[in-house]
Design a protein around this ligand. Structure first.
Ligand SMILES: [Ca+2]
Length: 397
């Protein structure tokens, strides 16, 4: 609403002879009214406090920016924003504080994970981009030595429908029945583990078994590691846990699918279909009405498509299959309704789950719900199988 619309008429519709009065939320809403001297109308610090209690998160974000004008008292208010219910408000508070020189603020921020920004894309059934937006998530960088870091993203807890609906193209009975699963907050690698990261961890002391230093078929520091068995992926997590003091492990299938979907219910986190502009799979095949794409015939550097899902995770669909902690049973009858890995049935002990498809697969094999079992008991490895690490919420970060 413009200033003239806001003040030229009184509520009754009669001409208003008084000079235009700035509305209290003009500054917040970006209205065109001049800022009143001394912010008397805006209510000074008290006004900021009131606006920080506003229902709309956009108003609270604007109030945080305004609070910076009020010195130490204002900074206190911004620090309260770090605890806001809204992700946007917490992100805004963190960003504003990160730009401050105050030692007190810097001390306070040490208790909070930093944020990163990323692009999220949605496509329609024809593979045409229908939405693109920036989103933010919290993460930390795990130091694995020799200047190598693993980015680990904070995944909020939530409830989702695991598996696919009967109507989903390409689905199979392993994805049935769809069932509600509640997942606790956890952490998951932003990317599949790279060869550089693998080498750094393979150089750490052995826990249970030997790790080949350079097992991958395709070579490159930022390519995902492949040709690793489930046991070796578990060993990687164990060595990383020992080095860092945090509990790393493979994600459960429930955690993986929840994280892949990131709130979506479509076959892919991108929507009704997928394109080879968004992920690495066999683009000679199509899933929806999109045109055929590219078949790269090899792995691609992690994150190279530059689009994440709404949680900030890259390469969930395609590139390399990702080991999960569960035994892959024939269907979800009797599956847990929480985030635990389903691994109690010992007759299946060597049949482990893979998720997300790979560079070699058709798009249907890269769906969020798709799961395959792979017999790791025979120590079979493939150049399209890797993994990413999960981590339970650590007390201190
Ligand atoms: Ca993947």
């Amino acid at each position: 609403m413009s200033q003239s619309e806001a003040s030229a008429k009184s509520p009754s519709g009669e001409a208003d002879n008084h000079p235009p009065q700035p509305r209290t939320d003009d500054a917040v809403l970006g209205g065109t009214a001049p800022s009143p001297v001394g912010c008397v109308v805006l209510g000074g610090l008290e006004g900021v406090k009131r606006r920080l209690a506003a229902a709309a998160s956009e108003q609270r974000v604007a109030a945080l920016k305004e609070a910076l004008q009020y010195g130490e008292a204002g900074l206190e208010l911004v620090m309260l924003g770090l605890e806001d219910d809204s992700r946007q408000v917490r992100y805004a508070a963190f960003s504003l504080l990160a730009a401050q020189d105050s030692p007190r603020v810097k001390q306070r921020l040490r208790n909070y994970l930093p944020w990163f920004e990323f692009e999220v894309v949605t496509v329609d059934a024809w593979g045409r981009e229908s939405n693109r937006y920036r989103n933010q998530a919290q993460y930390f960088s795990e130091d694995v030595g020799n200047g190598v870091f693993l980015d680990i993203v904070s995944i909020p807890g939530g409830t989702f429908l695991m598996g696919s609906p009967d109507t989903e193209k390409g689905r199979n009975s392993r994805e049935s029945p769809q069932h509600s699963v509640t997942v606790k907050p956890f952490y998951l690698g932003k990317f599949p583990v790279t060869q550089k990261q693998w080498k750094a961890v393979a150089a750490l002391p052995q826990v249970m078994r030997h790790l080949d230093f350079d097992p991958s078929d395709f070579k490159g520091d930022n390519l995902p590691v492949e040709q690793v068995s489930w046991d070796e992926a578990v060993e990687f997590c164990q060595r990383l846990s020992k080095k860092t003091g945090r509990s790393y492990r493979l994600p459960s299938e429930a955690e993986w699918e929840y994280a892949c979907r990131a709130g979506t219910t479509t076959p892919f986190q991108f929507g009704e279909t997928i394109t080879s502009d968004l992920a690495n799979y066999n683009g000679n095949f199509i899933y929806g009405s999109e045109p055929k794409g590219i078949f790269q015939q090899e792995t691609t550097p992690v994150g190279s498509f530059q689009v994440a899902n709404a949680f900030g995770l890259y390469d969930m669909h395609g590139n390399v299959w990702e080991w999960c902690a569960d035994y892959c049973l024939e269907n979800y009858k009797g599956a847990p309704s929480d985030e635990r890995a389903w691994s109690e049935n010992h007759q299946y002990y060597h049949v482990l789950s893979l998720r997300g498809g790979s560079w070699f697969n058709t798009p249907g094999g890269c769906r969020s719900a798709y799961r395959v079992s792979f017999d790791t008991g025979k120590r079979r490895k493939r150049n399209n199988i890797g993994f990413r690490v999960g981590c339970v919420a650590a007390k201190t970060l």
